[in-house]
Design a protein around this ligand. Sequence first.
Ligand code: PLP
Length: 398
Amino acid sequence: MGEVLIRPRREVVRGPLMGDPGALGRFGEYGGRYVPESLIGVCREVEEAFREAWADPAYRGQLDRLLSTYAGRPTPLTPALRLSAELGVTVLLKREDLAHTGSHKINNVLGQALLAKRMGRTRLIAETGAGQHGVATATAAALFGLRATVFMGARDVERQELNVFRMRMLGAEVVPVHSGAQTLKDATSEAMRHWVGAVDEAHYCMGSVLGPAPYPWMVRELQRVIGDEARRQCATELRAAVPDYVVACVGGGSNAAGTFAGFVDTPARLVGVEADGGAGASRGRLGVLHGVRSMFLQDEHGQVAEAHSIAAGLDYPGIGPEHVHLRDLGRARYVSVSDSEVTEAAMRLARTEGIIAALESAHAVAWVLRGQIPAGSTVLITLSGRGDKDLATLKEAL
Ligand SMILES: *Cc1c(COP(=O)(O)O)cnc(C)c1O
């Protein structure tokens, strides 16, 4: 990572951004490893194994090959010509919707499954909300001949019948979680508890840039491929090489982190778009949840609150620690959009470009549609996933 000079509000900070957070896994005052004693050892082991693998050309070569022969990478960069003409800005779409399983999540799970194999693990444990990360994990498990156990809130199991079927079809065991609000937060807690009793055989496959160190860093590195590819593709597509704006939706923040990592050392303005009802960066408060110190939606008693979004993948009450750090430094901004702006953006993209994007991804498009970007600018939007899964929701909303 290049050395960059940035000017946040008060002080000047010099240092590599989006580099290695070191053994403490800290991004400024965020991050860390807040887990029970019984998980400290295995977190360290995962960190050591990943550090070694990431520096090993054999692991990188295997992963690159899987990404191209199995996941469909590189994904295209599509100039959105009609939308650009309508908005008076040049819009480029990074097409993670065209990756296998329909979103960027496959990049992360292939890397972690390959790591699990290397560590001699025979099982993957994962949490899932809408089921997208569960499906990706089940997919990677099938590919590698690993067992997969996916924890899912009982309410989500009911709401996401099709994804539950997909996971089971892929050979995964889906465990409904009946505690708390029976959604993603509870599923994650239960999955981590289960991991405590299975650390020797199971790898915990975290779905976003969350959880205890090394997960926020490891998942960002595994998603960096989005930003690295886009950077090269932009250089071909744009005479100026680097877009003026780089925009991505933020749930936990993995597709945004992977995208930003490719541009953090350029003058591009980085914008993360959250859901109004899941805005950890804008409305969260400092706290510790699922092993990490970051910003979480909380009630007046400091209890973590439920998030609400029309996009199930943005229904997490927190945001990854590195995003909060980037925000504090003034290097990235975080904004939020409403459900109705999102459905409108999904329709507009469908009709101008012939692309039905995931409702999560439509958040990024919705912010660009607000028209706050100066005419003549160039904008890269990461389309994190495809919208097939959201058709029933859209049909109801429109
Ligand atoms: C899961 C998901 C997200 C949110 O996760 P991040 O970690 O914030 O990227 C966004 N888009 C799609 C399509 C998803 O499936």
